[in-house]
Design a protein around this ligand. Structure first.
Ligand code: GDP
Length: 476
């Protein structure tokens, strides 16, 4: 079988239904063109409005990107503090922060915010952003130049920063933002009521006047953008199907660099490509103590069997004959720990399945603990999220952004393993997700007009509370 077309074959097609620009150097990022050969065609089509807004964003990025005349000018103004005429070029700078799954979700959120507010997104490269992701926009980099004036302050920006939007409001509620060259937006889970006013229309009107917004977040905050009235119409036009927001933004923005693509494509071809069906099991355990835990293994098996993702085994020792034309299933497991994988693999080695199916169980790595600052570690984490997104059916763990990235890129509605309480496997063990969208873990609960608390998960039908976190919000 020769299922893997070369980059050239694929190029004759419009790239992902026109989602991607065709204006790229092909060899610098093989995944951008080769990934279509590894994925089933998406069941969803990007709206023509999204496609045209992406092309006009790319043009804006080209006019305003790093070291363009306009960029140099607004940087000068930032240094001098002078506020002169309004420039065409305004920016959102995304600060590299938190685990890789979180970073992918916040970067998608920052990009959509930039799109909605006609800003240019620039990416703080952190330790390894350039090592993990190809440039998503043609001809001009999305990486913030390392000589950007306030880049060395990024690590110090936090909830208490005097430059944060929330703290400026506290000091002076009628702050004249129009005199500011930059403002720091603190959208991290520990943010307070003032920081959260970012999600109010009135505040958006004043924030809009600031040329440089510096943003730090560890949350997928897009669901709350859908509750801001002035963004509503545009978001409707961009995404007539609400649950495809991260699916399309993710496929547009995040292309593994060639070394990461090597990890993905070699693994896929060696272990997954030939199977009749591919099942992903993403295991992320937030409990303290070293696993593997028996209750987690019980839960994984209970969910997989109950939902018929994996077949039952036949414990009767004398089954001798095997049905012909056996179907094969490849199970791709990801976890920091090898224990769950070893047990599942052994079960399907030691016993035959009642259906006669042959089950292969694979896990690319077991890194034992989170190592956010290490290159090879994050390459593997990215490769594994991507490999999970190439499966046909996916089981994910509650609360994990690692799993959210896989489900969104894959266009998969996962079965979510409920979070275990008191070291026991929950019953039922899992449920099917309402949509493939990620969950916003720390949303505001505020009615900006009435200035009172409100249940933001009950305002419109397409923004609901999440399956895995009762106070979270997700698009459905
Ligand atoms: P979250 O904590 O599950 O929301 O996901 P994040 O990706 O934000 O942070 C977890 C980090 O731990 C990842 O970025 C990896 O560095 C590491 N990690 C967690 N689970 C796995 C896994 O299954 N495989 C690998 N390779 N790394 C993992």
């Amino acid at each position: 079988e020769d299922d893997f077309p070369t980059a050239v074959d694929v190029l004759t097609d419009k790239v992902l239904d026109g989602l991607l620009s065709s204006d790229f150097d092909k060899s610098s990022c093989l995944s951008r063109y080769q990934s279509v050969a590894y994925r089933k065609e998406s069941a969803h089509k990007p709206s023509s409005h999204l496609i045209s807004r992406l092309r006009s964003y790319e043009a804006l990025h080209r006019r305003c990107g790093p070291y363009t005349q306009s960029y140099n000018k607004t940087v000068e103004k930032l240094i001098s503090g002078q506020h002169t005429e309004i420039s065409e070029c305004n920016y959102v700078v995304w600060i590299s922060f938190s685990g890789l799954g979180n970073r992918i979700l916040t970067l998608a959120s920052a990009f959509l915010y930039a799109l909605l507010t006609n800003r240019v997104l620039l990416v703080d490269r952190g330790v390894d952003m350039a090592d993990l992701f190809c440039e998503p926009f043609p001809k001009v980099s999305w990486l913030l130049p390392s000589d950007f004036p306030i880049a060395n302050h990024f690590n110090n920006f936090d909830q208490k920063s005097p430059h944060s939007y929330g703290n400026m409001l506290k000091r002076n509620p009628v702050t004249q933002l129009s005199t500011l060259q930059f403002s720091y937006l603190h959208l991290v889970h520990d943010y307070d009521d003032q920081d959260k006013l970012f999600f109010c229309d009135q505040d958006q009107t004043s924030i809009q006047k600031v040329p440089w917004l510096i943003m730090k977040s560890d949350n997928y905050f897009i669901p709350s953008l859908f509750l801001i009235p002035s963004f509503e119409q545009e978001l409707n036009n961009l995404f007539p199907e609400k649950e495809t927001v991260f699916h399309f933004l993710g496929r547009y923005l995040f292309h593994p660099t060639n070394p990461v693509w090597g990890l993905i494509s070699r693994y896929y071809q060696a272990y997954l490509a030939k199977a009749d069906e591919k099942i992903g099991l993403q295991i992320r355990v937030f409990d303290t103590g070293t696993g593997p835990f028996q209750y987690v293994l019980d839960q994984i098996l209970a969910c997989s069997l109950k939902e018929k993702l994996l077949p039952e085994i036949n414990q009767n020792e004398d089954v001798g004959s095997f049905p012909l034309n056996q179907k094969t299933k490849a199970v791709l497991m990801t976890s920091l720990n090898a224990g769950y994988f070893e047990r599942v693999r052994d079960i399907y080695w030691e016993f035959p399945t009642v259906t006669g199916e042959v089950i292969g169980v694979y896990q690319p790595s077991h890194e034992e603990y989170q190592q956010t600052e290490k290159h090879v570690h994050n390459r593997k984490a990215w490769a594994e999220m991507y490999l999970l997104s190439l499966t046909d059916k996916l089981v994910t763990s509650s609360w994990s952004t690692f799993g959210y990235v896989a489900q969104g890129l894959g266009g998969l509605k996962p079965w979510i393993l409920y979070k275990p309480e008191n070291q026991t496997a929950p019953d039922p063990p899992c449920r099917r997700a309402m949509s493939m969208e990620p969950c916003f873990h720390a949303p505001p609960f505020y009615d900006c007009k009435r200035k009172t608390g409100v249940d933001t998960g009950a305002l419109v039908p397409h923004v609901r509370h999440c399956e895995d976190m009762s106070w979270g919000l997700k698009l459905v």
